[in-house]
Design a protein around this ligand. Structure first.
Ligand code: ADP
Ligand code: ASP
Ligand code: MG
Length: 473
């Protein structure tokens, strides 16, 4: 049995046509004799809209919150009825959707009365996106002769109680996968579950953080020791940069786990940063594929980096960052000073992306702007503190950058027209990153892309796709 966990992102289930394509892709795997487990995101943009509804309710805008919910109810009902033609099945599905939205509306009304949105309630509200999309997809699959069975992800993905970014409990998940998924697989069924959501051991709904459906797929793939994990999205794979920024970005055919993890961490939205870990642990290949272009071979993520003539495989950007400068009048490197600074970030549970020091100052970058005033207030007890938002981190990733001399000169030569605020290289052999103003970020990526992907290695990059379309005669 060749077990494949197939994750379909929001755009792959955004409307009846997309769900139809998804069903055809899964049916194709079944026809190849594979055993799929399907993980789906909420329909595109639904998570954002649920969060907006929650915010509106928490501000006391009950009508606004219920109006968002009503629009979502219509969208899901319309999608369900367009996909499921069997009358009894369609009626049952619409009833189920209505029940879910009725209970969501109850929560929104309660929130509009209490006026306090806790992380726990936020997770409960956003969970409706995946809970409902997975029901619709399972029904659509059954209609298309796939023997699908819906599984509630909250019975499988058990986590701790850190709402909004819960940590999965691997051992419990492995047990739950054996109990809740294996029997279906043994009966030839295709389990369909929502990504992103889980529950703590007391059964309270949690989420794995934005973009977390990729992580669900890897957790389930890891727990079941799958033969492959497929991440189906709206681009041909991991590209040499975000194609929305660089339209001439090329598909990377093969990339290592380490390189993909760096890219994901430094902002390449195509993969959730934690996705890689469960797959690395069990050496399960991850494929990133395009549900709008399923014939394309996508990107294969493997344990060993294939050697590449180009120094970099891809360029990522992380925006909406802030830089904090801590300047002390006395000598900075006194014993315990750095610890005191980091203790403050730790106290506020704020991860630091990049650090740079001089004799009297430390600069740090973080991505949680809301915590900054409180952090700065604490830091100001140690030294003078300044912070500024709207920064971006540009990160070039490639195997063995350190092995290539003159690389820094080439990188900074390509962006010489842009003011660079901080530089980091060395923490990892495979990444070189620097911080600039957010407004300069897209231009920096385009300049770097033009400089480093002029003559790409055809064994690693899909250069064929770059060929200009011949003018019709
Ligand atoms: P999904 O809903 O399928 O999870 P996401 O929107 O989370 O999809 O991720 C896919 C998007 O990631 C693409 O549409 C693309 O704009 C963006 N992206 C950013 N960096 C890259 C990259 N290096 N390669 C491919 N896509 C990227
Ligand atoms: N629906 C969730 C989000 O938008 C999870 C995901 O799509 O991966 O963040
Ligand atoms: Mg995603």
């Amino acid at each position: 049995m060749s077990l494949v966990v197939m994750k379909f992102g929001g755009t792959s289930v955004e409307d009846p046509a997309a769900i139809g394509r998804t069903a055809a892709i899964v049916a194709g795997r079944v026809a190849q004799g594979k055993t799929p487990v399907v993980v789906v995101s909420a329909m595109a943009k639904v998570t954002d809209q649920l969060l907006r509804a929650a915010d509106a309710a928490a501000r006391g805008d009950r009508t606004g919150a219920l109006a968002i919910s009503a629009r979502l109810r219509c969208r899901h009902r319309d999608t369900a009825t367009a996909l499921v033609k069997d009358r009894a099945e369609a009626a049952a599905l619409v009833t189920l959707i209505d029940q879910k939205f009725d209970s969501l509306d109850e929560i929104l009304r309660g929130l509009a009365a209490i006026l306090e949105l806790t992380p726990r309630i936020s997770d409960l509200i956003v969970s409706y996106g995946e809970r409902i999309s997975s029901r619709i997809v399972a029904a659509a699959f059954r209609e298309r002769a796939i023997d699908a069975v819906h599984v509630d992800a909250r019975d499988v993905v058990i986590t701790d109680s850190q709402f909004q970014k819960a940590i999965p409990l691997d051992d419990v998940i492995e047990k739950r996968c054996a109990e809740k998924l294996r029997p279906h697989l043994a009966n030839g069924k295709v389990p369909v579950m929502g990504g992103f959501i889980g529950s703590n051991e007391a059964g309270i709904t949690t989420t794995l953080g934005r973009g977390g459906s990729d992580f669900t797929a890897a957790l389930v793939g890891g727990a079941l020791s799958a033969d492959a994990i497929e991440i189906w999205t709206d681009v041909d794979g991991i590209m040499t940069s975000d194609p929305r920024v660089c339209p001439d970005a090329l598909r990377v055919k093969v990339i290592s786990f380490e390189e993909a993890a760096e890219l994901a961490y430094f902002g390449a939205k195509v993969l959730h940063p934690a996705t890689i870990l469960p797959a690395v642990k069990k050496n399960i290949p991850v494929l990133v594929l395009n549900s709008r272009n399923p014939a394309n071979e996508g990107t294969r993520i493997t344990s060993l980096a294939p050697h590449c003539k180009s120094p970099f495989k891809s360029i990522a950007v992380k925006k909406k960052l802030s830089i904090i400068d801590v300047v002390a009048s006395r000598m900075l490197m006194t014993h315990g000073y750095m610890k005191a600074i980091f203790d403050i970030f730790d106290k506020h549970q704020c991860p630091v992306d990049m650090v740079s020091t001089s004799e009297v100052s430390v600069s740090l970058t973080v991505d949680s702007n809301d915590k900054l005033p409180a952090i700065a207030a604490d830091l100001s007890k140690l030294a003078d503190v300044k912070y500024e938002g709207r920064k971006a981190l540009v990160c070039l990733v490639g195997d063995d950058i350190r092995g290539q001399s003159g690389m820094a000169a080439q990188v900074f030569g390509a962006v010489r027209h842009i003011n660079v605020r901080m530089i980091s290289q060395g923490a990892s052999e495979i990444n070189m990153s620097f911080m600039i103003e957010e407004d300069d970020a897209d231009e920096a990526v385009r300049s770097l892309h033009a400089a480093f992907f002029k003559d790409p290695d055809p064994t690693i990059f899909d250069v064929e796709a770059r060929k200009p379309i011949p003018a019709s005669s």
